[in-house]
Design a protein around this ligand. Structure first.
Ligand code: NAP
Length: 485
C-alpha cells in the first residue's frame, strides 16, 4: 500500500495549496472540468455504453447532469456566500464583561476519499457530485474508481487532469486510484491524512467504510448513501378515480433504468379494496409488457437474481407478475410481488433492498394497519403519497409521520428522477445514509466537506477575505445579527 500512502501525502500537499484558492479560481477550475468532459465527445459515451450497458440517451443525459452540477458548484463558489460568514464585532465597554471580536465561516476539512458508484458512471463517479462538491469546498480528492467502468473513469480523470493543467492547480488536487480490492478502500479510509469519505453503493459497503472511519484513532465523517426502498403509499380515494394511471406510472418507475436507481420504488403500500385489486391487475399487465434488460455488471445482475429469489420465498410473499419476455443472462426481470401487512410486519427481511426492477405491494386490512406498516420501515431517501386533495388533508398526521423518516416526500409523483437544484434533498435517516443532515444532490452537498471555525480577536490582515470588514468579495454576511452585503 506504499503507493496509496504516497497518494495521501500528495493529496495533503495539494490541499494545503488548494484551500487558499479564491472562489473565482475554484469556479474557473470546476467549469474547466465540465468543458474538458464535454470535449471528450462521443468516445466517452461509447466507452460508458460498453462498460455499463446503459443506453446512449441515458448516458448523454447523465453527462449533461454531471457538467451542470460542476457549473452549479462553480456559480456557488464564485458568488461566495455559501461559506456562511458571521461577524460579531467587539464591544470592549460591555458590562460586566467586554465582548471579543468573533468571526466565523466554513473551512474545508482536508483530503476527501470518494468511492465512485456503479449505477451512475458520470453523475456519482469520477467527476460526479462527491468530487465536484469536495473541490468546490476547497478539499483535495482521492477518487477510488468503481471497477465496473474503469476506462470510462480513466477518461474522465484525464479530463480533470487537463483542467488542472489549464488552470494551474496543484497536480495532485485530484488523484485517480484504480485498485479493486477492499483492502485498498480500507487503507484509504483509515489513512490518518484522510479527513472525510463519500460513498454511494450497497448497505454492506457503506456500513463497512463507516465502521472503518469511526474506529480510527481519529474518527472522520463518512457520507455513505446506501440502500433505499422508497415506499409509496397509495391512498384509497386515488385508486377510486385513477387506478389505471397510477399503475402505468409505477410500472414505468419500477422498471426505469432496469430498476438500478437508489430512488427505485421497491415498496408500495395500500389498503385492501376492489379498487386495489383492479390496480394490482393493471400493474401486472403493464409489468408483463416490459422486457428484461441487461444490468450494469454481472455482479449486480447476480445479486438481483439472488435477492429477488430470496424475497419471493419469504413467508406470505406471492408473485403478482413478471415480464412475459424470457430473460437472457445478466438481465433484470421486471417483477412485482405482494404480501399482506400482517406477514410484512413480522418479517424485517421484507424491507431489504432488492436492487433492480422489483417492487413489493403490501396490502393492509385497515388504515390502522397501514400506519403500523409505516412504523416497520427504516430510514429512506424518499417516500411518496398518492392521494386525492381531500384525503391528503385527512391523512395530514400520517404524512407528517412519513416525513419523519425520509429525506424527500413526494405527493402524486414517482420517486425516480432527481432534480438537481438547491431545494433538492437527497439523503435520509439511517440506513438510507450514514448522516441524514446532508444531501448528495444540489449545491448544499458541499456542506459535507466543511466545518465551521471561529476567529477570535484576529489581526485584521490575517482574517480570510470573507471575514474582513470591507467585504472585498461583496458576499452576503450576517454582521452583528443583520444580513448585509
Ligand atoms: P458496492 O459493492 O457497495 O461497492 C462500491 C464500492 O465500495 C466499490 O469500490 C467497492 O470496492 C467498495 N467496497 C464495498 N465494500 C467494501 C468493503 N467492505 N471494504 C472496502 N471497500 C468496499 O456497490 P456496487 O459494486 O456498485 O454494487 C453491489 C450492490 O450494491 C448492488 O447489487 C446493489 O445491491 C447495491 N447498490 C445500491 C445502490 C443504491 O443506490 N442503493 C447503488 C449501487 C449499488 P471494490 O472496488 O474493491 O469492489
Amino acid at each position: 500500500m506504499n503507493n496509496l500512502d504516497t497518494v495521501l501525502l500528495q493529496s495533503r500537499e495539494a490541499f494545503l495549496q488548494y484551500r487558499t484558492r479564491s472562489g473565482m479560481a475554484k469556479a474557473n477550475f470546476l467549469e474547466a472540468i465540465a468543458s474538458e468532459i464535454e470535449a471528450l465527445g462521443d468516445p466517452l459515451i461509447q466507452k460508458a455504453m460498453e462498460e455499463t450497458n446503459l443506453p446512449e440517451v441515458r448516458l448523454i443525459g447523465e453527462r449533461g447532469r454531471t457538467c451542470n452540477q460542476l457549473r452549479q458548484f462553480a456559480s456557488m463558489v464564485r458568488e461566495g456566500s455559501w461559506v456562511e460568514a458571521r461577524i460579531d464585532t467587539a464591544l470592549p465597554d460591555r458590562q460586566p464583561l467586554p465582548k471579543p471580536d468573533l468571526r466565523k465561516m466554513m473551512v474545508p476539512l482536508g483530503p476527501v476519499v470518494v468511492f465512485g458508484a456503479s449505477n451512475f458512471p458520470f453523475a456519482y463517479s469520477t467527476a460526479g457530485v462527491d468530487t465536484a462538491s469536495a473541490l468546490a469546498a476547497g478539499c483535495s480528492v482521492v477518487l477510488k474508481a468503481h471497477p465496473a467502468h474503469p476506462e470510462t473513469s480513466a477518461m474522465v480523470a484525464g479530463a480533470i487532469s487537463k483542467a488542472i493543467r489549464a488552470c494551474g492547480e496543484h497536480a495532485h488536487v485530484f488523484q485517480h486510484v484504480q485498485d479493486s480490492s477492499f483492502e485498498a478502500g480500507k487503507f484509504l479510509v483509515q489513512h490518518p491524512l484522510t479527513k472525510a469519505v463519500g460513498f454511494t453503493g450497497s448497505f454492506s459497503g457503506g456500513k463497512a467504510l463507516y465502521d472503518y472511519a469511526t474506529s480510527r484513532p481519529e474518527p472522520i465523517p463518512v457520507f455513505a448513501e446506501m440502500g433505499s426502498i422508497n415506499p409509496v403509499f397509495i391512498l384509497p380515494g386515488a385508486l377510486k378515480v385513477r387506478a389505471a394511471k397510477v399503475a402505468e406510472m409505477y410500472a414505468a418507475s419500477i422498471t426505469q433504468g432496469v430498476g438500478q436507481f437508489c430512488t427505485n420504488p421497491g415498496l408500495m403500500l395500500s389498503i385492501q379494496s376492489p379498487e386495489l385489486s383492479s390496480f394490482t391487475q393493471q400493474l401486472a399487465t403493464k409489468i408483463r409488457e416490459v422486457a428484461p434488460a441487461t444490468m450494469l455488471h454481472p455482479g449486480i445482475a447476480n445479486n438481483f437474481i439472488k435477492n429477488r429469489g430470496k424475497a419471493l420465498k419469504e413467508k406470505g410473499v406471492t408473485l403478482v407478475a413478471e415480464s412475459s419476455v424470457p430473460a437472457k443472462s445478466n438481465q433484470g426481470i421486471p417483477t412485482v410481488a405482494s404480501v399482506n401487512a400482517e406477514d410484512f410486519l413480522k418479517n424485517p427481511a421484507l424491507v431489504e433492498e432488492v436492487f433492480g426492477p422489483y417492487s413489493l405491494l403490501v396490502i393492509s386490512k385497515s388504515r390502522e394497519e397501514l400506519f403500523k406498516a409505516l412504523d416497520a420501515i427504516p430510514g429512506q431517501l424518499t417516500a411518496t403519497i398518492i392521494g386525492e386533495d381531500d384525503e391528503l388533508v385527512d391523512y395530514a398526521d400520517f404524512i407528517q409521520r412519513v416525513s419523519d423518516r425520509v429525506g424527500r416526500v413526494i405527493i402524486n409523483g414517482v420517486p425516480t428522477g432527481v432534480e438537481v437544484c438547491p431545494a433538492m434533498h437527497h439523503g435520509g435517516p439511517f440506513p438510507a445514509t450514514t448522516d441524514s443532515r446532508f444531501t448528495s444532490v444540489g449545491i448544499d452537498a458541499a456542506k459535507r466537506w466543511v466545518r465551521p471555525v471561529s476567529f477570535q480577536n484576529f489581526p485584521h490582515g490575517l482574517l480570510p477575505a470573507e471575514l474582513q470588514n470591507q467585504n472585498p468579495l461583496g458576499i452576503w454576511r450576517m454582521v452583528n445579527n443583520t444580513w448585509t452585503k
